[in-house]
Write a new protein. Structure first.
Ligand code: PGA
Length: 250
């Protein structure tokens, strides 16, 4: 895994046929990328995405997974199932999962465990709500989310963890954190990792920024010292915009 990772989070967008078309459009535009490129697609689009990305430099991510290996869990998808298909990554703890679907720091930690055990690379999302930023507790909130999610994760396993700092107030709102705000929290996260592991391990972790990152602001955000990539929602659905962001990640 390279240090810089640009991942699209398609959320609940694109049918399988549309997924194929979007990946075919993205593929030539990112073929020379200097960073790792990932598309996070709906479960149902995974076979199409794996087929379309075959032989390319684009990895495929799921947007969630369950922590049990199998059993009576109607509607859930196990990490092993994703892995067997050839999925390399899974986005976990996204704020939309936390806000609308009851994910908590404790359940995110279980999903991280399940995903790492299955051999997946985790894109772990953390970030504060607007009220928490206004209360000046962003650092505490994000530190707690990171610590709980990584409980029991070894230093060796940490090499398969990407952290996405996504301030909830910046997601899908068009309100991007300033490059300084993004970098400050990404650096705080690296400090938490240094405390949990060590400086070298912390330095090696890819820490992305996410939240209204787009073709116009990506270069400034990605130039910051502790921002090692992006988790891109809206702008990942437009091939030229996504490619511009990928090109900005050097
Ligand atoms: P956005 O979404 O780029 O549309 O703000 C980012 C995300 O939710 O990962």
């Amino acid at each position: 895994m390279g240090k810089y990772v640009i991942a699209g989070n398609w959320k609940m967008n694109k049918t399988p046929a549309e997924a194929t078309a979007l990946i075919e459009a993205i593929k030539p535009l990112v073929a020379d990328a200097a960073c790792d490129v990932v598309v996070g697609v709906p479960y149902i689009d995974i076979p199409a995405a794996l087929e379309a990305t075959k032989g390319s430099n684009i990895g495929v991510a799921a947007q969630n997974c369950y922590w049990e290996k199998s059993g009576a869990f109607t509607g859930e998808i196990a990490a092993d199932m994703l892995r067997e298909m050839g999925v390399g990554y899974v986005i976990l703890g996204h704020s939309e999962r936390r806000t609308y679907f009851g994910d908590t720091d404790a359940t995110v930690a279980k999903r991280v465990r399940g995903a790492l055990d299955a051999g997946l690379t985790v894109i772990l999302c953390v970030g504060e709500y607007l009220e928490q930023r206004e209360q000046d507790i962003t650092a505490e909130v994000v530190a707690m989310q990171v610590k709980i999610a990584l409980e029991g994760v070894s230093e060796e396993e940490l090499s398969r963890v990407i952290i996405a700092y996504e301030p909830v107030w910046a997601i899908g709102t068009g309100k991007t954190a300033t490059a300084e705000q993004a970098n400050e929290v990404c650096a705080q996260i690296r400090g938490v990792l240094a405390g949990l592991y060590n400086e070298a391990a912390a330095k090696a972790v890819t820490i992305q920024y996410g939240g209204s990152m787009n073709a116009a602001n990506a270069a400034e955000l990605l130039a910051m010292s502790d921002v090692d990539g992006g988790l891109i929602g809206g702008a990942s659905l437009k091939a030229p915009d996504f490619a511009t962001i990928v090109a900005a990640a050097k």
